[in-house]
Design a protein. Structure first.
Lengths: 87, 284, 382
């Protein structure tokens, strides 16, 4: 999914960085978070984890807006988004 | 970067039994999504977790009781609803939730399901529908679409399935909704609404079952199922439940179909109880 | 009515009605049941009485739901009961097993009738005795009481609740249609709440609480839903945390404790009544309605000079193994009349060994024994 809109005040307002954490013990590589992130912040790793999964990893979290969809679309409770954004 | 954030502090984590994770559900299984929506709903709606009693039956969805840090009961196959009825009648302050699967609730538990709806007893039933009996390997169930393949319908299912919103609405439920695993925000809102609303609430959640039902029905990855829900779901709030049947690979009507106000079992019971006490007093 | 709103005084009640009053006196405030002859009157009386005492009566859609609802109500903190007969008893077996596994206090009344299957709905039987012990799948121990009169069923219903709450085990009252449908004088005393045994509450904080960590008597204190303990319980094999642990070690620990919980406390649970047993050569071992006829037969035998005695089993399960073994040293034979084709006689035979004979006096069902039938058997053994 690609996000095609830009907010009106994108030039004036800098969003503070948000961070995505993925628990490697819980992730089973289903790919939902990477697929449904509107900003393509996440991708699937090409290396097998010790538990035999291709984990989701953060590709570029400078684009993350902390919408939180990756967190709720993860069936493993493995993704957490933390951000200082209060707006 | 994948970090080692202390998961315990996150607000939903406090509702999970940390010592039981990672859970047993398969990669891409939708049950975890339903659970996360449920926990977010109770957190955001400010429902007191000490008053929640969660009851589940047998099956993959039945395992939900074991992962939530609430008073939870993992009971016998099909009997979660009558057990929950006993809990609610034994202590009306409890906020009773039944979390179970399509086979557990609509096949062996079917009788209890319709009677609880008929009574309009104050509880919320979340039915995770993955169209088969997952735990035992993927057998046909009462919601398996016609022609779908399962391990006990290898040439295609020859039984028409239940249309659960129709069944529950006809039985008397005062809140009936259906969402899929992709409609997470709507599902969370529906669960919060249902738990706060007095009366019998039923929410069907269509979920992927990638290694079993999915694999046998052209949705081998969870993402295949999620794309299907995305493309073929039609949101029709207030739709007539008679028109919400699901055909194999066909459109899935989602939304809130029934939301009516009617007396609950407790309202009727209280009337009867008051009458009994008056008569006893009159005799004395 | 007394302050706990039970009736107090002398009444003329049927066994079914007395059972319902016993439950109310014991503090039972939830009944979920399904109509079945000859237990329906218990449900009907509870439907009248429970709303009067702020309790809840609900008729469920079937017996499976009834037993499940009883367990649920008990886990909500309310003392709960159901009543049925043979066919419903069979339907309740799976959830009875759940009640045993979850260690749920509750009472299940079986007013036995002619069986197997639909049998003789309106006539007496005693054919479910082994089923009371072994009806649900798996290894477990249960407590079963056998009343022989309306007064007896009143008293034993209170005892059933006390034992059930104390030992966190479902208690089965194995009555029969004769007792259920006969009417006799029942004296209902005032039962002070402090004389009732309630379940043991947790003594630690929710953070420290383990749902299945037993006390010294092998019974764990019980938290109920809504108290903030946030426990999880399951019918799967579990450990002290209540979590499913499907290992050989957990199975061994759990199953042994569930069984030993009853076995080590036998002396507190076991009850029987003896009449003229001290010097008896022939001991009639009977339970339920049959014990009353047996007592008459013993009197008639004594009048003929035969040294006969009566051992009336009040707790049928756990079975009175030690007493039978003791008595088998002195008696020549046990005469066991039952309204079935031989169930408790098998236990008597097992415990008497080859020291004494165990003689069955069966009746297939439909009516009670006549004293002469039992007397004849006594004569043949003397």
């Amino acid at each position: 999914m690609k996000l095609w809109r830009r907010s009106f005040d994108a030039a004036q307002v800098a969003t503070k960085p948000a961070q995505v954490y993925i628990d490697e013990q819980r992730c089973k590589g289903c790919g939902y978070c990477a697929e449904y992130c509107p900003r393509e912040v996440l991708k699937m790793s090409t290396e097998l984890s010790p538990r035999g999964y291709y984990l989701a990893v953060v590709d570029d979290d400078s684009k993350c807006l902390a919408c939180g969809f990756c967190e709720i679309v993860c069936p493993e409770f493995a993704v957490k988004v933390s951000s200082d954004n209060t707006q | 970067m994948t970090g080692d954030l202390n998961m315990e502090n996150q607000s939903i984590e406090k509702y999970l039994r940390q010592d039981r994770l990672p859970h047993i559900w398969c990669a891409g299984c939708g049950i975890g999504l339903a659970v996360y929506c449920f926990l977010t709903a109770i957190d955001r709606a400010g429902i007191d977790p000490d008053e929640i009693a969660l009851v589940s039956g047998i099956g993959c969805t039945g395992r939900v009781a074991g992962y939530v840090r609430l008073d939870s009961f993992h009971t016998t196959h099909g009997r979660a609803i009558p057990f929950a009825t006993g809990l609610k009648l034994g202590n009306q302050k409890l906020n009773v939730v039944v979390f179970s699967g399509d086979g557990d609730l609509a096949a062996i538990g079917g009788n209890h399901l319709i009677h609880a709806a008929r009574r309009n007893i104050d509880m919320t039933v979340i039915c995770v529908n993955n169209f088969n009996y997952g735990m035992t390997g993927g057998q046909v169930g009462p919601t398996t679409p016609l022609e779908a393949r399962t391990t006990t319908s290898r040439y295609g299912c020859f039984e028409p399935p239940f249309n659960l919103p129709y069944l529950l609405s006809a039985s008397g439920a005062s809140y009936v909704a259906r969402w899929t695993a992709i409609h997470l925000r709507q599902l969370e809102r529906a669960i919060a609404e249902a738990m706060i609303k007095p009366g019998f609430s039923f929410i069907e959640v269509i979920c992927p079952c990638p290694p079993i039902y999915g694999r046998m029905n052209k949705e081998p990855n969870g993402l295949d199922s999620m794309h299907y829900y995305q493309e073929k779901s039609i949101i029709r709030n207030g739709a007539d439940p008679r028109e919400t049947a699901i055909e194999l690979n066909g459109p899935i009507v989602v939304g809130k179909f029934v939301d009516k106000k009617c007396p609950t079992l407790w309202d009727h019971l209280r009337q009867v109880s008051d009458r009994a006490k008056e008569r006893a007093k009159a005799k004395a | 009515m007394a302050e706990n709103q039970s009736l107090v005084g002398e009444f003329f009640l049927s066994g079914d009605e007395a059972c319902a009053e016993g439950a109310i006196s014991a503090g039972c405030r939830f009944f979920a049941g399904y109509p079945i002859t000859p237990a329906t009157e218990i449900a009907e009386r509870m439907s009248i009485r429970l709303p009067q005492v702020e309790g809840i009566f609900v008729q469920m859609e079937d017996e499976l739901a009834s037993m499940a609802a009883v367990l649920g109500a008990s886990w909500a903190g309310t003392m709960a009961m159901t009543a049925t007969s043979g066919p419903g008893f069979s339907l309740m077996m799976e959830n009875l097993g759940l009640g045993i596994m979850l260690e749920t206090p509750c009472v299940l009344v079986n007013i036995q009738r002619g069986d197997p299957s639909t049998g003789l709905p309106t006539m007496v039987g005693q054919g479910d005795m082994m089923q009371a012990r072994w009806g649900s799948h798996g290894s477990y121990e249960i407590i079963a009481l056998a009343p022989s009169s309306p007064q007896d069923i009143f008293d034993l219903t209170i005892l059933a609740f006390n034992l059930s709450e104390k030992y966190r085990v479902p208690v089965v009252i194995m009555s029969d249609e004769a007792v259920g449908h006969m009417s006799e004088k029942v004296v209902i005393p005032y039962v002070a709440p402090e004389n009732l045994v309630g379940r043991r509450h947790p003594r630690v904080s929710p953070e420290e609480y383990l749902p299945y960590k037993p006390d010294a008597d092998l019974v764990p204190p019980m938290a109920v839903a809504g108290q903030g303990y946030r426990f999880h319980v399951t019918g799967l094999t579990h450990d002290e945390r209540g979590y499913p642990v499907m290992t050989v070690e957990a199975q061994d620990r759990l199953v042994r404790r569930l069984v030993d919980k009853i076995r080590v406390n036998r002396s507190d649970i076991m009850r029987y009544r003896e009449v003229q047993v001290e010097d008896a050569d022939i001991i009639v071992c009977a339970y339920g309605i049959t014990a009353r006829i047996a007592q008459m037969a013993v009197k008639m035998a004594r009048d003929e000079g035969i040294r006969a005695g009566l051992l009336q089993l009040i707790t049928v399960w756990p079975f009175a193994e030690e007493r039978i073994r003791e008595l088998s040293q002195q008696a020549r034979a046990f005469v066991v009349p039952e309204i079935n084709y031989g169930q408790i006689v098998l236990e008597v035979e097992r415990c008497a060994g080859d020291r004494a004979r165990a003689v069955l006096v069966p009746h297939m069902g439909g009516e009670v024994h006549s004293p002469d039938t039992i007397l004849q058997a006594i004569r043949e053994e003397s």
